[in-house]
Ligand binder design. Structure first.
Ligand code: 39A
Length: 208
């Protein structure tokens, strides 16, 4: 349920917020989709490691994991080695077994990573231990190139500055997706969602 803080007619739709962010050149030093190495297994690992920590810490863990970032080589890691490698991004006692279990489940249900990318559903991801809505949408948007917008605490903080607040994750998601879907060609939506979320994160880091 939306908490109305100003007249509807004065409220921005999400495309106006997208344009407001675009004007600020927030992604001038980023890659095309903002998240590095989109479409790879590394993004899935990053989406779990970034829970409750900063991206700088995730980068340190990803550097430690450099030779295990391919799906098949990640499967060869044992839990204690993985814990050691992901220590910089915190909660390693939780994250290591969850990452390994997730990888085993991908192997069991999809056999290879390409098949996972093409066929995984949001429901499958949400059944995995340690994957909530934000991580599921990050994996779908940045690993699988799906039209799914990510909502996180940065999103909520930015929208609050425009007096836009909702109770539920899916209400934020629908609000953000609606303005973009009605303004862009269907084929461009994944890229726009990816950049929109990236701009929201960078705006928070720079201004909020
Ligand atoms: N918080 C974050 C990030 N900050 C990020 N980058 C910068 C590139 N990614 C990919 C995810 N979460």
């Amino acid at each position: 349920m939306k908490k109305i803080k100003q007249l509807h007619s004065l409220q921005k739709n999400s495309f106006e917020i997208y344009k407001f962010l675009e004007d600020k050149n927030l992604l001038e030093n980023s890659s095309k989709y903002w998240w590095p190495n989109v479409g790879t297994f590394e993004v899935l690992i990053g989406a779990i490691l970034t829970q409750n920590t900063s991206w700088k810490n995730v980068e340190k863990s990803l550097e430690n994991l450099a030779s295990f970032l391919e799906f098949e080589s990640f499967l060869t890691l044992d839990e204690s080695t993985l814990k050691e490698m992901i220590k910089p991004s915190g909660f390693y006692n939780q994250k290591a077994p969850r990452l390994l279990q997730l990888s085993f489940n991908i192997k069991r249900d999809f056999n290879d990573f390409k098949n996972f990318q093409a066929n995984v559903t949001r429901e499958w991801l949400l059944m995995q231990k340690g994957i909530g809505e934000e991580s599921a949408d990050s994996i779908l948007c940045y690993t699988c190139y799906r039209n799914e917008m990510v909502v996180d605490t940065y999103t909520k903080r930015l929208l609050k500055t425009f007096d836009i607040e909702f109770d539920k994750y899916y209400e934020y998601k629908k609000y953000l997706e609606k303005g973009i879907r009605s303004s862009f060609d269907e084929n461009d939506v994944n890229l726009i969602y990816a950049r929109f979320h990236g701009m929201i994160v960078e705006y928070n880091k720079k201004y909020l």
